[in-house]
Design a protein around this ligand. Structure first.
Ligand code: GTP
Length: 352
């Protein structure tokens, strides 16, 4: 079977890194070691050795300093810089995927920096076009026991499914601290969730109980979620004790089959569409440029607007060229991007 990529996504503190560590040791114990990528540029310590680590090619602190960015802006910019090297990274991953059981990917806890950024889309699209890719959405079970928090978390998972369009497994983590049976019941029995919502509403002392409008909204949204749950695989695990890890790996196998039958064709179609759009945009820019050059020989642009349009377009193109020179070609990249990073680097030594 083709080696799958498992992308771990979850809110800060949900246990992604601990879960990755558990998966890593579990797969090593089975003599089927994984290949590991760390895409969190801001993480201080990773408790496993990552084969490819974004921190080896992008200096997060330097990005903050040089671009005067806050923590989240620097994560997005670091991911953008890393995405310029996606072809090289993918070359290595594809090669290594042939000799490992799974490719595991850790992502920043600031989910939106990854899932909603252009670079996140580029990285996921590139990965999914090379190997079957599955999302593991990690949930902090003890912090999700209230119906309102639970529903917010599930809506978040639903938006990730909608944005990535990749098969999704919900992983209820930390089940050593809180049993996840309440969650599976709410996901399979609509009435029990409605009853929990009603209890919340009736409890005057509970700050999560809402107004009439909020409750009717929650009821409607829970109907949306019912449809969402139908396409999911749900597992309960403890990254601490290792309980449920085999169930998770079985769920990954099921999702890989789903990826190959349902998602792959759609994914390829989307990538082709995007390339077509890009090509059309390039053609439009070229046509504009040709037109502008033709105008240069004549006296003056017809109107002020025409002139402004021409200048700003030229500036935009200059900016793009400058960006490409600085980051793709490695110029001016000292301290931010590792200029020695080359295709074919043995990442085990060069990048870990
Ligand atoms: N009880 C229990 N605690 C856990 C489990 N998994 C993780 N934790 C704890 O949850 C906290 C967060 O775990 P991390 O693995 O750092 O979470 P993360 O999602 O990678 O966090 P960020 O990197 O900040 O996004 C740590 O204190 C872990 O020890 C588990 O299965 N059970």
């Amino acid at each position: 079977m083709t080696t799958p990529a498992v992308v771990c996504i979850g809110m800060a503190g949900s246990g992604k890194t601990t879960f990755m560590q558990r998966l890593n040791s579990h797969l090593h114990a089975r003599d089927t070691p994984p290949y590991i990528l760390n895409l969190d540029p801001a993480v201080l310590n990773v408790p496993f050795s990552a084969n490819i680590d974004i921190r080896d090619s992008v200096n997060y602190k330097e990005v903050m300093k040089q671009y005067n960015l806050g923590p989240n802006g620097a994560i997005i910019t670091s991911l953008n810089l890393f995405a310029t090297k996606i072809d090289q990274v993918l070359g290595i991953v594809e090669q290594r995927a042939k000799s490992v059981s799974h490719v595991l990917i850790d992502t920043p806890g600031q989910i939106e920096c990854f899932v909603w950024s252009a670079s996140g889309t580029i990285l996921l699209d590139a990965l999914a076009s090379a190997i079957p890719t599955v999302i593991a959405y990690i949930v902090d079970t003890p912090r999700t026991t209230s119906p309102a928090t639970f529903m917010s978390n599930m809506l978040y998972a639903c938006s990730i499914l909608y944005k990535t369009k990749l098969p999704l497994i919900i992983v209820f983590n930390k089940t050593d601290a809180a049993d996840a049976s309440f969650a599976t019941e709410w996901m399979t029995d609509f009435e029990s969730f409605q009853a929990a919502l009603k209890d919340l509403d009736d409890d005057e002392n509970n700050p999560e109980g809402g107004s009439g409008y909020m409750n009717s909204l929650m009821n409607s949204m829970s109907l949306v979620l019912e449809e969402f749950y139908r396409h999911l695989d749900v597992v309960s695990v403890s990254a601490y004790t290792g309980a449920g890890i085999d169930d998770f790996l079985e769920a990954v196998d099921r999702k890989v089959e789903e990826f190959n039958t349902d998602y792959k064709a759609e994914m390829e179609r989307m990538i082709r569409e995007r390339q077509k759009e890009k090509e059309a945009e390039r053609q439009r820019s070229l046509n504009r440029l040709m037109k502008d050059m033709g105008l240069k020989d004549q006296a003056k642009p017809k109107t002020k607007n025409d002139q402004a349009q021409t200048i700003s377009d030229a500036e935009e193109e200059d900016d793009e060229d400058e960006f490409a020179d600085r980051f793709v070609n490695g110029e001016d990249a000292e301290g931010i991007l590792d200029p020695d990073y080359e295709e074919g680097d043995d990442s085990d030594e060069a990048m870990s």
